[in-house]
Design a protein around this ligand. Sequence first.
Ligand code: NI
Ligand code: MN
Length: 228
Amino acid sequence: MSVSVRWLGHSACSLDIDGRKVLIDPFVSGNPIAKAAAKDLDAEIILLTHAHGDHVGDSVEIAKRTGALVVCNFEMGDWFMAHGVQNVYQGNPGGTYRNDWMSAKWTIAFHSSSFPDGTYGGQPNGFVIRGGGATIYHAGDTSLFSDMQLIGEEGLDLALIPIGDCFTMGIDDSIRAIKLLQPKVVVPMHYNTFPPIEQDPQAWAERVASETDAQPIVPEPDGSVSVK
Ligand code: NI
Ligand code: MN
């Protein structure tokens, strides 16, 4: 079994689970740090954490081209269906989407959620994703919250957490989050895309290494981290 995470920049990731592809928050077009092109991204599943433009990104184009199933909250699913994407699975925190090779459980996230056109985008979320023998947490956009301890009890091989500050937790709170989540490996996201979320990821990595039990990995945009 082999599982890897390709970080596309910002919160966008492509998971490879035994050769099958899951995209998360595929914001590539207009993403100043992304190296991949949307037309080259393939997926069977697209997981979305909320409706902001820097997360929905290229989802409509990719879903229409590939036929990927869009897994998102209820209100977002209605918006996708109204925009010509019929292959949608709608859920909300606590629920789990399952198929025969992976699952994704909606977790809470403290943030807001509206589409760029102003449509209400439901409640933001993260996901605990299982597949290929690995468990991965993608936090979405969120502040620190103490129930991260419950998410940590799931046994995380890898956690992707925002560190940019301003719209999400910053570095100080990310250290507290890692202590609650207890992942084996932690990857920072949602930083250095735009001026309000500039951070030094190497300074973050040094703090993670000295203050937590997790191994920090800072990929370059389009770099991959192997999980299993
Ligand atoms: Ni957001
Ligand atoms: Mn965001």
